[in-house]
Write a protein that binds this ligand. Structure first.
Ligand code: NAD
Ligand code: ZN
Ligand code: ZN
Length: 348
């Protein structure tokens, strides 16, 4: 089968032919219908050899939807059937530690020690004609949802949902939430905020095209992300600042904006992995501001996000590419040219 692989440190991803995978005991084989392209892959492909944590070559793709092609020994009784359309929960854990018992496999206490890695981030991923899923518990049936517009919800939907959920008590009517970076994750975050809260949404990005998308998907205000952005947010909030700031870039200038735009008793959540850091200390940030950097989301949260999709509350903007075009999709993402999410269609 064909697969998109990162093969050599510093090199571009390549489309190669690899052996067809076969499901072992307890595993599920998916015929991949759609795989999302995440900016985290670009970060991963920029890491130097001495810090690279995964074996190479690595089949990319940590957002996957497919149809069940075969069930490994012992999987019968899971309720899954051949031909069913399913979304893959990506942050695989051990399944048995206390965090996994809560469904928070994204915070598994033992994954690193046991060498358990998500598909596309250590294990063979979804950018291939077929993929192996280690356990049926990682699959959520999606029914008649469109695989192409659903696949980004497994990360670009789940990650913002997890970030927003912790701050829901602060997103009361009259509150303001700032979304920094309105790309794959950010444009879904805006829709989730509009579906789940009545807070005012201020979106920040660096191009007019991205700000236009932010307005289309529901941002009340769209502001250029520059050194004046925090002042603009203070103006728009009558001097108070925002009760919640979600940073989907995480670079030094954006975390600085996030801290400067935060209100007293606010939540600042740094989702982007741009390497920025926001100092916390008495007098450094407004009183009682909490700052956190979450990772992905829990199993039950993925089910909740997919329920929102069934209810028509989210409409992911997608650009589609064939497997052969996947390297081009990464180039365009790197250049900031994707509006919404790029999705690879391995069967076309
Ligand atoms: P993306 O490229 O689709 O979107 C990023 C957006 O940020 C783009 O619209 C870009 O124009 C904008 N941007 C760039 N610089 C900016 C600035 N200075 N101010 C405002 N906007 C700016 O990327 P994505 O796939 O949505 O991922 C977003 C970030 O989240 C990445 O850093 C990614 O690695 C990270 N991520 C983290 C998790 C997690 O679990 N913490 C999960 C998925 C992705
Ligand atoms: Zn991702
Ligand atoms: Zn665990």
């Amino acid at each position: 089968m064909k697969a998109v692989q990162y093969r050599e440190i510093g090199a571009a991803p390549e489309v190669v032919t690899v052996p067809d995978p076969e499901p072992g005991p307890g595993q599920v084989l998916l015929k991949v219908t759609a795989a999302g392209v995440c900016h985290s892959d670009i970060a991963v492909m920029s890491w130097p050899a001495d810090q690279f944590p995964y074996p190479l070559p690595l089949t990319l793709g940590h957002e996957g939807v497919g149809t069940i092609a075969a069930l490994g020994d012992g999987v019968s009784g899971s309720g899954l059937e051949t031909g069913q359309s399913v979304a893959v929960y990506g942050p695989w854990g051990c399944g048995t530690c206390v965090k996994c018992a809560e469904g928070k496999e994204n915070y598994c206490l033992r994954a690193a020690e046991l060498g358990i890695n998500p598909p596309g981030l250590g294990s063979p991923g979804a950018m291939a004609e077929y993929m192996i899923v280690d356990d049926p518990r990682h699959l959520v049936p999606i029914g008649d949802l469109d695989p192409v517009r659903t696949v980004p919800l497994t990360d670009a939907g789940l990650t913002p949902y997890h970030a927003i959920k912790r701050s829901l008590p602060k997103l009361v009517p009259g509150a303001t939430v700032v979304v920094i970076g309105t790309g794959g994750l950010g444009h879904v975050a805006i829709q989730l905020l509009r579906a789940l809260t009545s807070a005012r949404v201020i979106a920040l990005d660096v191009t007019e095209e991205k700000l236009a998308l932010a307005r289309t998907v529901g941002a009340h205000e769209a502001v250029l992300s520059d050194e004046y952005a925090a002042d603009r947010i203070r103006e728009l909030t009558g001097g108070t600042g925002a009760q919640v700031v979600l940073d989907f870039v995480g670079a030094q200038p954006t975390v600085a904006t996030a801290g400067a735009a935060a209100a007293i008793d606010s939540d600042v959540t740094i989702v982007g992995i741009g390497g920025g850091a926001l100092p916390v200390g008495f007098g450094v940030l407004p009183f009682n501001t909490t700052v956190t950097a979450p990772y992905w989301g829990s199993r039950s949260e993925l089910a909740e996000v997919l329920d929102l999709a069934h209810a028509g509350a989210v409409d992911v903007h997608v650009e589609t590419y064939t497997l052969d075009e996947a390297p081009l999709a990464y180039e365009r993402l790197h250049a900031g040219k994707i509006n919404g999410r790029a999705v690879i269609l391995p069967q076309s």
